[in-house]
Design a protein around this ligand. Structure first.
Ligand code: ZN
Length: 281
């Protein structure tokens, strides 16, 4: 199932994409795409619904973030060996963990704001994992049973604030609009192997990133198990699993960064496409 949220910011309604790519309302079945609606039993109930009988949503509404009530937005850094190399960093021995503040969460096609005084705003296409059943001390063997679904994430990053300003990476990762998620939450049953997905990102029509989740250093199940040793993972948490090569910071012969008035397009295979315009904050 491709679940989504449509409507104005703060007033999104739950929907589902039908076989013809049209949005149909799920308001008669769930209150929102979030919370208890993401638990396995609830998703099983939705699977039994005849989608063709659901009300069609008219027009082309704004698409909101694909998950409501996100409690945590946890990210893994330098999780593709070739991306670690382009940034000049060593391959991590354990997953690098950082956070994006949940106020950074944005719709997949909403404008991305270049923060005031930023000179190094950058892009990162990533596979996002959305937790269904929560848990703590989750084994790798059980990890995939905790996944409600997957989505595209653009882990937008201010590199100076991330790397050159001291402290953790978080200062450069959680600015408002730095966390587009969606367009859809694609339920886990539709993704046969999350470690075999192509992903790419373009700026103004030029492809900068392309990779495959098969080259992750730490796999989705390893990441879930690892994180759950340090925190309880809870329903609706979003995990961004790292980015393949081709970020602006690693561009040769010199880094390039975003400026207002540009357009990013990005996708992960089977999870839809995002498109964002950059504007000044
Ligand atoms: Zn990232």
């Amino acid at each position: 199932m491709k679940l989504l949220r449509y409507g104005q910011p703060g007033d999104e309604r739950p929907g589902i994409v039908d076989n013809e790519g049209r949005i149909r309302s799920l308001s008669g079945h769930i209150r929102d795409v979030g919370g208890a609606a993401l638990l396995p039993a609830s998703l099983d109930l939705l699977r039994a619904v005849d989608i063709s009988q659901l009300p069609l949503v008219e027009g082309t509404p704004r698409i909101g973030p694909c998950v409501a009530q996100v409690g945590k937005f946890v990210c893994i850094g330098l999780n593709y060996a070739d991306h670690a190399a382009e940034t000049g960093a060593a391959i991590p021995q354990e997953p690098i963990v950082f956070n994006k503040w949940i106020s950074a969460i944005n719709g997949p096609n909403d404008d991305v704001q270049i923060p005031r005084q930023s000179t190094k705003t950058d892009w990162e296409v990533e596979l996002g994992v959305i937790i269904g059943q929560g848990g703590r001390y989750i084994s790798e063997q059980d990890a995939m049973g905790h996944v409600a679904g997957y989505c595209v994430v653009n882990d937008i990053s201010e590199r100076e604030w991330q790397i050159e300003r001291g402290g953790t990476w978080d200062k450069g990762k959680g600015c408002d609009t730095f966390g587009p998620i969606g367009p859809w939450l694609v339920t886990a049953d539709e993704i046969a192997d999350p470690q075999a997905l192509n992903l790419w990102l373009e700026v103004d029509g030029q492809r900068y990133q392309h990779g495959n989740t098969g080259t992750m250093i730490f796999s989705v199940k390893q990441i879930i198990s690892y994180l759950s040793r340090f925190m309880s993972l809870q329903t609706g948490d979003v995990i961004a699993t790292g980015t393949p090569p081709g970020v602006g910071l690693g561009h040769k012969p010199q880094p390039i960064f975003l400026r207002a008035g540009q357009t990013m397009r990005l996708s992960v295979e089977g999870l839809g496409e995002q498109r964002q315009r950059t504007v000044s904050a």
